[in-house]
Design a protein around this ligand. Structure first.
Ligand code: MN
Length: 723
């Protein structure tokens, strides 16, 4: 590394000395190396003031060492905080040279700084959350505060436009933040400096007025304090009494809020008594002394020692009537309380380090930190917040910018599509591409806090099924789901239309069962799937319909099935009687009319084939018997009062869980009818069934048919017969 010049040597000594004074431990060699590294890294750069750039990181380091004296790691990180942003060095080098802990802090500071560049602050609260969402280590914020404080102290050297922007940002983001962190002193300084640049006229006027009556005020304070001092000495209390500085910005704010002139606001005198004691009790003793001398104003008393403020601020506030009847505000606190009030998080940590922290202290610490980040209500269980300095808040949210600089809050892992829907449903709907920080990225990219996102839309673009795989916001998920469903429905309807037209043109008809069969054959899960394929032109309808018709022909073997049934029925009843007798004469059933038990029958004597059994109504028989009526012979089904024959029905209907039960119930409940067989085929939503049962006669069968027709969901019931 470079040989440092005498001027640098003096600066280094000053820094080391300050650190040793304020910090529990200092790694001198590491700090020296960081000091030299920073000089080397910034050697070619100048500040707006014309000074070598290195003066800035050095001053930031000094601010950290004095204002936020947490540890040497923070000071070293401060020395290196601008190295990544402004020089050719990268974070890996920092990690190699100074370790991961320091590199992470430097990286954090660099990222935060990047976010605010050139942004107009419109939603301060969101910005503060954005900041927190990016910060995993409280030391990052401390370095950033120090950086901002030094930049504000040297703001006179930049152009007026930048002055305004930086001052605005400081007032709206950093000052409230400093307050939350309990960094009272820094908060005041940031506010006053911002005020100076944002409303210079008012600032100068208030400054002038304060100056003009300073002597007078000092004299009054002296007159007021002297009797108190004497008493405190009597009690052997070590103390410091200061005329509490009134900050310009707070005076201004009170003037505006209460709509009162400077004189009335500033007329209120204020002193602070800081007792050097470990005993809080001494504060109450001091309060007693003050009240003995001056009359207190009853409503103006606050005991923040017994009940500390959310940011752990402790002090007694009282207002008394001083000499000449003027009101004087008095604050009483211990040295430790004063340090916590001014240095917040850092002081608190230090006290915790130095002393063995009690269980109660730890609990307070956890509560305080949590309260810093939100209004104490979000209780997600007491996570290991205390682990080192690590913070783990807002890690489930990210904050990204619109091109106009508006901030949008999104859940972690959000994609540009989520962002698009967050802007407006229409934008999400038609989003076709995205730019993140000026670069085109895939729509499934993961967004990060601080990204600036621009959505490219196209009228022809619509939500895509694949989007649902990566979107995380409920809004985006719902819209995409709805769209996909609607799109699907449209396609199905389209397909159905094509199908209906086609079969109408070909003069075909399909019963629900037939369609179900067809779909099953084509291996579709549902009719919707089938229609969808038609719409998407994935099926050749002509081919399918031709194949179906041919297959139908092949399938059309009801004769066979009927034969089977007829056989059973005829055998079951015991064959036919010729002239009332089982005569052993050869006979067969005519194919033209296929008589089955229950049909009125008649025989026709053939040559060589014995007797043909016809139905009495058979047209064919009527024709042939006209020629030779002598060949007709009476035949009968064996029949008595008790004898039954097998009847068959084919039933078509809607498939439902109870259908089989309904069907069998309708048959069995009718006068001792016994089912011989029941056969149901279901296709998708329809069923087709064949039922055989013992009946007494055709009338009996017909009555059962009527009963079955009444079952809900049954389309048709027919006697099982040949066509
Ligand atoms: Mn800086």
């Amino acid at each position: 590394m470079s040989v440092i010049n005498p001027k640098h040597k003096k600066m280094l000594d000053e820094l080391l000395e300050t650190c040793k004074k304020h910090l529990p431990a200092v790694n001198e060699s590491l700090l020296t190396r960081a000091f030299e590294f920073s000089i080397e890294a910034h050697k070619n750069d100048l500040r707006a003031s014309g000074e070598p750039y290195f003066t800035h990181p050095f001053e930031v380091g000094m601010i950290v060492a004095t204002e936020f004296p947490l540890d040497d790691i923070t000071v070293i990180s401060a020395l290196l905080h601008d190295v990544i942003e402004d020089t050719d060095f990268n974070i890996d080098l920092i990690a190699r040279e100074f370790g991961k802990e320091i590199a992470d802090i430097v990286d954090g500071v660099t990222k935060i700084s990047g976010i605010f560049k050139g942004q107009e602050i419109t939603q301060a609260e969101n910005y503060r959350k954005l900041l927190l969402s990016m910060v995993k280590d409280v030391r990052v914020i401390l370095v950033k505060f120090a950086d901002r404080l030094h930049n504000m102290r040297t703001l006179e050297f930049v152009n007026p436009e930048k002055q305004r922007r930086i001052a605005q940002e400081t007032l709206e983001i950093y000052a409230p933040f400093a307050n939350r962190f309990g960094l009272g002193r820094v908060k005041w300084e940031l506010e006053d400096l911002s005020f100076k640049y944002l409303n210079n006229e008012a600032y100068e006027e208030i400054a002038r007025k304060i100056k003009s009556n300073r002597r007078e005020r000092e004299n009054y304070i002296k007159k007021f304090s002297n009797p108190i001092k004497e008493k405190l000495d009597e009690y052997n209390l070590k103390f410091e009494m200061v005329g509490r500085p009134k900050h310009l910005y707070s005076i201004y704010r009170k003037m505006v809020r209460r709509n009162k002139p400077f004189e009335e606001i500033y007329d209120l005198f204020a002193i602070r008594i800081i007792i050097d004691t470990p005993n809080n009790f001494d504060c109450y003793t001091t309060l007693g002394i003050v009240n003995e001398i001056y009359l207190p104003v009853p409503d103006r008393f606050k005991d923040y020692i017994s009940i500390p403020k959310n940011n752990n601020y402790q002090s007694i506030h009282t207002t008394v009537i001083g000499p000449d009847g003027k009101l004087v505000e008095v604050q009483i606190r211990t040295v430790k309380m004063n340090e916590v009030a001014e240095k917040g998080v850092a002081a608190h940590w230090r006290y915790k380090e130095n002393k063995a922290a009690s269980e109660k202290d730890l609990e307070n610490w956890v509560n305080w930190i949590r309260d810093i980040f939100e209004n104490a209500s979000k209780d997600e269980g007491r996570k290991d917040l205390l682990e080192s300095f690590r913070l783990n808040l807002y890690q489930d949210e990210i904050y990204v910018f619109t091109p106009k600089g508006d901030l949008k809050r999104l859940p972690v892992n959000s994609s540009p599509v989520d962002f698009a829907f967050e802007i407006h449903s229409k934008v999400g709907f038609h989003c076709i591409g995205a730019k993140v920080n000026g670069k085109i990225v895939p729509l499934d990219s993961v967004l990060h806090s601080g990204d600036q996102v621009e959505i490219i839309t196209s009228k022809n673009q619509h939500p895509n099924k694949s989007w649902s795989k990566f979107v995380v916001t409920h809004h985006a998920k719902n819209v995409i789901k709805k769209w996909i469903n609607k799109e699907e429905e449209d396609i199905i309807n389209q397909g159905k239309e094509i199908w209906d037209k086609k079969i109408k043109k070909l003069k075909l008809t399909f019963t629900p069962t037939e369609i179900s069969k067809l779909i099953l054959n084509l291996k579709y899960d549902s009719i919707k799937q089938f229609y969808k394929s038609i719409a998407q032109d994935k099926v050749n309808l002509d081919e399918v319909l031709t194949a179906t018709k041919e297959k139908e022909k092949k399938d059309r073997v009801p004769e066979l099935e009927f034969d089977k049934f007829a056989n059973i029925a005829r055998t079951d009843i015991g064959g036919i009687l010729v002239d009332g007798k089982d005569s052993g004469i050869l006979y067969s059933y005519a194919k033209c009319c296929n008589p089955i038990p229950g049909d009125p029958v008649i025989g026709y004597i053939t040559t060589g084939e014995g007797i043909k059994i016809h139905r009495k109504t058979c047209n064919n028989l009527i024709k042939i018997s006209e020629k030779d009526p002598s060949k007709l012979i009476g035949v009968q089904w064996p029949q008595s009062e008790s004898s039954l024959f097998v009847g068959g029905l084919s039933v078509l209907g809607e498939d439902s869980p109870g259908i089989l039960n309904d069907l069998s119930h309708a048959i069995v409940s009718y006068q001792n009818t016994n089912i011989k067989s029941i056969n149901i085929n279901t296709n998708d939503s329809t069923f087709e069934g064949n039922v055989t049962m013992y009946v007494q006669n055709i009338e009996h069968l017909n009555r059962i048919i009527e009963r079955i027709k009444k079952i809900k969901g049954v389309y048709s019931v027919e006697r099982f017969q040949s066509n």
